[in-house]
Design a protein around this ligand. Sequence first.
Ligand code: VGL
Ligand code: ZN
Length: 275
Amino acid sequence: MEFFYHEFRAELRHFPDSLGVCVPGSLSTRIAVDLAQIALYSDTICLLLVGHPFPTKREYKHHHIRPTDNSMLPDPRADNNAEPAPTPGDALVIVDVQNDFLPGGPLAVPKGDEIILVLNRFIKYFADLGLPVVATRDWHPPNHCSFQRAGGPWPAHCIANSTGAEFAPVLQLPTDVRVVSKATGPDRDAYSSFSGTDLDQFLRSRKVSRIFVGGLATDYCVLNTVKDALALGYQVVLLRDAIRAVDVHPGDGARAEEEMRGLGAVAASAGGDNK
Ligand code: VGL
Ligand code: ZN
């Protein structure tokens, strides 16, 4: 049971009303997401994977789900831990939720897969209100300057049109999602989704003044996207449950969050009611 609730703690906190999805961190994401898609419809898969069917809402209520790391706790510094409700003028910006950045990929962000279901909830929320949903993607040529083989810091990742560059299959993007590709030329990297793209233009054309940001990775593309957004005059809501850090240096993610908040980003936790 311990194992079960550890594996499902994010889902249990965010989706007590829905069926669970199995994404055990120990499996490669490519396998896990396929299973997850099936598991959306089948308690049997949960049973096979974790030895226990997904609990019903009633069972959930009788258990105390304890978060195992601080990032899952409501942030006492936030004015209001429930996420601000999206309204006209808001857009959802999902940063680089691509296979190569997920567990099993060459540049895997630890626990990156945990954000997908949280993002799906936000996607539905925004789509139902007719508000813009943007998905950005790293979209590199094979000889991109950020790759180690070209003298850069990273293993090759997100090569344009490869499977690794595809959005996570479980991410339920709306049909009218605005896809923004970045760092598409060999000579420049772009950690910010505004860098060398038409994202600012698009948001302005849709009269957006505030963006809700989630995705990967907290300490690189999320950080730089948020910094540019604030500099461009957008308000930013940082979805703390929907970001994960690479943490090349331990604490990078926490420092990035601190920096974004210091610059004016409002941090919101979807799980503010968790005890
Ligand atoms: C990213 C490292 C290299 C990111 C992109 O999306 O955060 N990180 N390229
Ligand atoms: Zn990259």
